[in-house]
Each structure stands twice: as C-alpha cells, then as structure tokens.
Ligand binder design. Structure first.
Ligand SMILES: Cc1cc2nc3c(=O)[nH]c(=O)nc-3n(C[C@H](O)[C@H](O)[C@H](O)COP(=O)(O)OP(=O)(O)OC[C@H]3O[C@@H](n4cnc5c(N)ncnc54)[C@H](O)[C@@H]3O)c2cc1C
Length: 456
C-alpha cells in the first residue's frame, strides 16, 4: 500500500495552496496531491476561454509549481475514506495511507429541476476540460445564447460571447438587477449599462421556466410568458459543495451542505481538514453560515488548513467575500457588505463616496476614473464593505478595502491611511479615492453632529 504523511484531494484553488503550505510548514513530511482530472483548468479563466483566452489549453494550471515544491501528484479519483485505518481507496484500485488529509474537492454547478434542462445544448459550467470543449463546439454552431443567472459568471460569459463571438446574448435574472447580491443599485445599474451598450439583452424579475426543443434546446420559456429562441442555454445559477465523499466517510456536514469545519479548517475528524468550495463557511460579520464560494476564499482556507495539519496555528476569521470582474474595460468589484446588505443585517449605516482619475494630473497617459464607495457601521465607524468601479486599478483597490474590513479599521483609520502616490500610477494624494471616501463619510458624521440638538 502506498503511503504519504499528508494527502490533499483536489488540484484547484484549494488543493494546490493546501499542498504548498503543508510543504512549507512541514518540510519533513511527504505530500501527495490527488486530483481527478489529468489537467486542471484555472476555474476563474473559464468564461474567457470563450473569448480572450481562446482555448482550454491556454487556461490550464501548470503542474510545475507542484513538481518544484517536491509534491507528488496522482491523477485518480478518491472513492472512499476509511477513517479508522486512515486509508483512501481510489477508482484506479489504489489504497493510500495518510496521517493528515485535506479535502479540497470543490463544488459543482447547481442545476435546478427546470423541464428541458437535460437537453443537448443546455450547459452548466463545469470545471472540466472535456465538458468545456463540448460547450465550445456547441457555441461554434450557435448564434443565440440565453444565460440564466446574471451573477459574475453569467455576465462574464455574456460579454465574452457577445464581444468575441458575436452571439446574440440574453441574460435572464430573477432579481431586479444584475449582480445585485454584490453591488448597491448605482453600481449594478452601471454594470447593466455597460452590458446593454455592448448589445446584451438583460431581462430581470423573471426566471427560466422551461427549455423547449426536440433533442436540443430551441427556445426558453420565461415565467413572465416571454419566449426566447435559443441555440445554446447556460445555467449560471451558483454552485453546491461536493460533500458526498465526506458524508460517506461519516464526517459532519454543515447547514448549507458543505463539510463542517471549525476555525482551523478541521472537520469533525481532527486528522482531516477541508478547504474551498467543499467546506462550510461562516460570515466574517456575524459568524452565520455563508454560501460564498470563491477562489480567493478557497486559497485562504487552504493556507489555514495546510499550516494547521500537525499544530493549530492559523484561524479563519470568516468570509468577507471579495468579488471582482471587468466589464467593458471597467473594473467592478466589491468587498464585504453592500449598503443594502448592511441595512438588512440591522446596521445603521453611513457611506462615503469618492471618484477621481487614477493619475495626477488627470491628463497623464492611462488616466481613467475610479469611483469608490465605503460602507461604515454608524455606531462604531468600522468599515463593513466597499465597492469600486472604473479603472482597472479597482481590482487592487478592492483588495485594500478588504484588508481594511479584515482589520476592522474605522473611517478615521482609513482617513489617515498612508497611501503611496505617483502621477503615472495613482490619483493624487489629495483625491486618493479610498481616503477621500472615508473623509466623505466623516463629513456626513460631522454634519449630523452639527445638526443634532445641543443637550441642555
Ligand atoms: C466560470 C467560473 C468563474 C469563476 N470566477 C471566479 C473569479 O473570478 N474569482 C473567484 O474568486 N472565484 C471565481 N470562481 C469560483 C472559483 O472557481 C471556485 O471558488 C474555486 O474553483 C474553488 O476551488 P476549489 O479548489 O475549492 O474547488 P474546485 O475548483 O471545484 O476543484 C476541486 C478539485 O477537486 C478534485 N476532486 C473532486 N473530487 C475528487 C475526488 N473524489 N477525487 C479526486 N479529486 C477530486 C477536482 O478534480 C478538482 O481538482 C469561478 C467559478 C467558475 C465556475
């Protein structure tokens, strides 16, 4: 029987950093990574395979980083975990002993029981080379694409197929606005404007009721009675944790269906850890179960799990949720709670917004406007979240916002943030958007204080 001190199942955003971190913290232990697929796709790159990236081969995670770190790789499917013996069985007939195990087995797309969802040319986005190749072949023959779900994956797929392939694209969204879960109204509407200006149709407040056709999808019936002709249909409706392997091994499962873990990413078996989309999560803000599934979260959890295998030394503060995308060449990104989500969660909220060109003076080459909105808890002035749109530097600005949320910084802390600036790289230090948005929130407080009746 083969043995490895540390076995990681999964070769994606959770599995790879878990293995690398384990190697870094425990160099004396052998590490084996097992993944099902011969070649793993960069999951976040999948929408761009249909456009900018152009092929599945160009979107593969290189194995070189595993090799150079001395991590063994086995391409096989783990079919069961014998926790008593600490032995895995694989579809290829191997038995593999472990001392510590990390489950990074990911998720699969949600496919609701919509009549006709099983027809040819109806796809959910699977992180699988052969599946994406089948999608590409179908898209090559298509001219009309209907996408159910106007979240990040839906809008990215819509834009790539409209812009790069010239497909007629319609997105169907049950909520009032695209990206509504992650943006306040003004940001969601701006994203919709970009998509509409590119010729993408967006139908909101409606759902896909049925997909009709003979063998193949030919038309989509919506709940409001509209009928959309379609050659290909994509269901971009979220993902569900792969927890079957863990469930069969008797590990506890969380309320949202993920593998239950503690703050150390430890499952109900102290020798087994879980990270990424397969693991249950809690919110950074209130500790309640969180449905968020992101590569960035998977990677953080993997770094926690990998470090904790033989000694608990890193703890998960809960998920903040940092979402970023680029539409029409403009960054759209958010971290933490939107104003709407914060109010729904019961916070009294004060917001601050700032917009400036990301160069100074603004005539410097490459200048583009970047708008930042920050959401603060009015009672404590602590930052709860932020949104950005505009220049590509917004992709990093939102990460700075996330760091401020994670450190529970107040508006006053952020106003005194010592940001660097350069004419060719940033807004001027006077208008630097993150600081200026915090100052705008502080100005609101000051006005409220001045307006408040003076106690006698
Ligand atoms: C189209 C698309 C775009 C996305 N864009 C973004 C983005 O821009 N930013 C972002 O943060 N997130 C994005 N996400 C989400 C992100 O891809 C996931 O959160 C991330 O892939 C989770 O990583 P994971 O390693 O937990 O799981 P997965 O990526 O699902 O990987 C699971 C791994 O486990 C392996 N595995 C599963 N079961 C077994 C088994 N029994 N035996 C052996 N191996 C097994 C699989 O083969 C795979 O290697 C996107 C997702 C999709 C689908």
């Amino acid at each position: 029987m083969r043995r490895s001190d540390i076995v990681v199942i999964g070769g994606s955003a959770a599995g790879i950093p878990a293995a690398l971190t384990a190697r870094q913290f425990y160099p004396e232990h052998s590490v084996l990574l097992i993944r099902r697929e011969p070649q793993a796709l960069v999951p976040c790159g999948i929408p761009y395979i249909f456009g900018a990236i152009g092929s599945t081969e160009a979107d593969l995670i290189p194995d070189a980083m595993l090799q150079s770190a001395g991590i063994d790789l086995l391409v096989d499917e783990v079919t069961s975990i014998d926790r008593q013996r600490e032995v895995l069985a694989t579809a290829g007939g191997e038995e593999i002993g472990y001392r510590r195990l990390v489950l990074g087995v990911g998720s699969q797309p949600v496919v609701p029981p919509i009549p006709g969802a099983d027809k040819a040319n109806v796809f959910a986005i699977r992180k699988d080379v052969a599946y994406i190749e089948r999608m590409l072949a179908a898209f090559d023959r298509a001219s009309r694409l209907v996408i159910a779900g106007c979240g990040f994956i839906g809008v990215e797929l819509a834009e790539e197929n409209r812009r790069e392939r010239g497909l007629q694209v319609t997105i169907v969204e049950m909520l009032e606005h695209c990206l509504e879960q992650n943006y306040d109204l003004e940001f969601a509407q701006a994203a919709e404007e970009v998509l509409r200006s590119e010729g993408i149709d967006i139908l909101t407040n409606t759902t896909v009721e049925e997909i009709e056709g003979n063998e193949r999808a030919e038309r989509v019936i919506l709940s409001d009675g509209q009928v959309l002709p379609a050659d290909v249909v994509v269901l971009a409706l979220g993902a569900t944790a792969n927890s079957d392997l863990a469930r069969r091994a008797g590990l506890a499962i969380g309320p949202l269906g993920g593998i239950l873990v503690n703050r150390y990413q430890q499952t109900s078996d102290e020798h087994i850890f879980a990270a990424g989309d397969c693991a249950e999560k809690v919110s950074f803000f209130d500790g309640r179960p969180s449905p968020q599934k992101l590569a960035s979260i998977a990677t953080t959890e993997a770094r926690i799990a990998g470090a904790n295998l033989f000694a608990l030394q890193r703890a998960n503060p809960g998920t903040i949720g940092v979402y970023s995308t680029i539409l029409g060449g403009r960054a759209f990104a958010s971290a933490g709670l939107t104003e709407r989500a914060a109010r729904l969660a019961g916070y009294q909220v004060i917001t601050g917004q700032a917009e400036a060109i990301n160069r100074h003076p603004g005539c410097m080459p490459g200048g583009m406007s970047l708008r930042v909105k920050l959401v603060f808890d009015a009672a404590t002035r602590v930052l709860l979240g932020g949104q950005v749109m505009g220049a590509e530097s917004g992709g990093e600005m939102v990460n700075a916002i996330s760091a401020c949320v994670q450190e529970r910084m107040t508006a006053d802390d952020i106003a005194l943030f010592q940001a660097g600036s350069h004419p060719g790289l940033t807004a001027s230090p006077i208008t630097y958007q993150l600081v200026a948005a915090a100052e705008a929130a502080i100005a609101t407080w000051l006005k409220e204080r001045q307006a408040a009746p003076v106690p006698v």
